[in-house]
Design a protein around this ligand. Structure first.
Ligand SMILES: Cc1ncc(COP(=O)(O)O)c(C=O)c1O
Length: 428
């Protein structure tokens, strides 16, 4: 074949692979998923024949250790791993051409697909590297003045707490933190706590959609309704919910939203997304420079310097994979997995579960502890003696081991977790 023609064909394949017929999802998983779909006759979250097909799509399901800290960062399915490899190999031939001029052409189609997944306008989506970058951009970009009050909680994520504290130091904002005793199975109690803290100077409420430490789902929509009735805007940290819970961003009725994509969406590590309600984009300052900082164009937040467009483009395969499963089915399965182990663990003398098991108050994450044992001791025993990877949590009033399954988690792995808890509790 004419060299120049083959070169242009290759370039097109590199740039737009994720959403075309030649997507790796189509090559690797589509046929298996549609076969598995035929097994999905009882519409239940415990259809192990169906879920074994999903488990096989992840190398993590065959790992030497049992990975139950997927709230921290999630592994990617094989299609996403291979997409990243493909883009990296292509870029390595000459990043200034292949990455900047070919692969980068995939950004606008990707924005469209992320917007479809999020249920919003593509002009409201900025693609970046993680939830910290997304939410810090919003926190540092909001035009607030000395004396303006912000309400957050002690149970929010440290990177956002520190960002608000930095603004307090630099700009004289007043940052108030509520503290909750989770689990709470009462939305009104949570909304009232925020409402009671509001003063005429309150400008922003910061809410973490799922509290990472212990898995509580916060009543974001109800908090937004209360806040908006008082002229207050709401920033939502959706790091643990995007790609896990079956919702669209506009359902929350918030003003600003940030998430990582390398958690439940299973996109490559170093991928994130920011959403800003269209009419508010203009007033938010970009965190990094832009020639039009007051522009209404969401792309003003994407002047992030040289970074991996390969990671960014591989997000496309993670979206294909997500859509292959479906958000509702995924949420129900992951909740089922959490409930499966946690209900068994609750029967063990000396074991405590720190999270509500009701689907309206939690999904993937549950906290567990054993009487008389520190979280870090339990975490390290699980790893050392049973090769089960979790994470010990000591944050404010929360002391437990956080266990987070994902769609690739096998029931037999959860049985091993329960068996390990039983043995450890007996010796404690
Ligand atoms: C609630 C919450 N927000 C934000 C983040 C930050 O995510 P990233 O490290 O991807 O920026 C995390 C990370 O675990 C989190 O749990």
């Amino acid at each position: 074949m004419n060299n120049r023609r083959s070169f242009f064909r290759k370039s097109a394949a590199i740039g737009f692979g994720a959403f075309g017929l030649n997507s790796l999802y189509n090559e690797l998983h589509a046929e298996g998923f549609s076969e598995a779909e035929k097994l999905w006759n009882d519409n239940s979250a415990d259809n192990e024949d169906y879920w074994s097909v999903i488990q096989d799509a992840y190398t993590a399901s065959k790992s030497d250790i049992i990975i139950l800290n997927n709230g921290g960062v999630s592994p990617s399915p094989i299609a996403v791993q291979e997409a990243l490899e493909k883009y990296n190999k292509a870029a390595a031939q000459g990043p200034s051409y292949y990455m900047w001029r070919i692969i980068d052409k995939g950004r606008e189609p990707l924005r469209q697909r992320l917007a479809k997944l999020a249920g919003c306008d593509a002009e409201e989506i900025a693609i970046n590297r993680n939830a910290t970058e997304a939410l810090n951009t919003i926190i540092f970009g909001l035009p607030l003045e000395k004396g303006d009050e912000i309400i957050g909680t002690i149970q929010d994520y440290p990177n956002m707490i520190q960002a608000w504290k930095q603004r307090e130091m630099r700009d004289g904002l007043v940052y108030k933190q509520l503290s909750f005793d989770f689990p709470i199975e009462n939305d009104d109690q949570i909304v009232k706590a925020f409402a009671d803290a509001v003063t005429p100077k309150t400008k922003i409420i910061h809410v973490t959609h799922i509290i990472n430490w212990v898995g509580q789902i916060m009543p974001v929509k109800k908090i937004c309704d209360m806040a908006h009735s008082k002229g207050i805007e709401v920033v939502v940290d959706g790091a643990h919910t995007f790609g896990l819970l079956d919702y669209k961003i506009p359902d929350l009725d918030c003003d600003y939203f940030g998430t990582s994509l390398h958690k439940f969406l299973s996109a490559p590590v170093g991928s994130g997304m920011m959403w800003i309600k269209k009419e508010k984009i203009e007033k938010i300052w970009p965190l990094l420079c832009n020639s039009q900082p007051k522009s209404k164009d969401i792309r003003k937040f994407e002047t992030l310097g040289t970074r991996s467009f390969c990671i960014e483009q591989a997000i496309g395969e993670a979206i294909n994979f997500q859509e292959g499963i479906g958000s509702k089915r995924k949420q129900e399965r992951v909740h089922y997995l959490k409930k499966y182990w946690a209900e068994k663990a609750l029967q063990i003398p000396g074991v405590k579960i720190h999270t509500s098991l009701k689907p309206e108050y939690s999904c993937a994450i549950a906290g567990v502890s054993i009487d008389g044992m520190k979280p870090e001791e339990l975490d390290s025993k699980l790893m050392k003696d049973y090769q089960i990877h979790t994470v010990g949590i000591n944050w404010g009033n929360i002391h437990c081991v956080r266990v987070t399954p994902h769609v690739f988690t096998k029931i037999s792995d959860l049985d091993k977790l329960v068996g390990a808890l039983e043995k450890i509790a007996k010796k404690a």
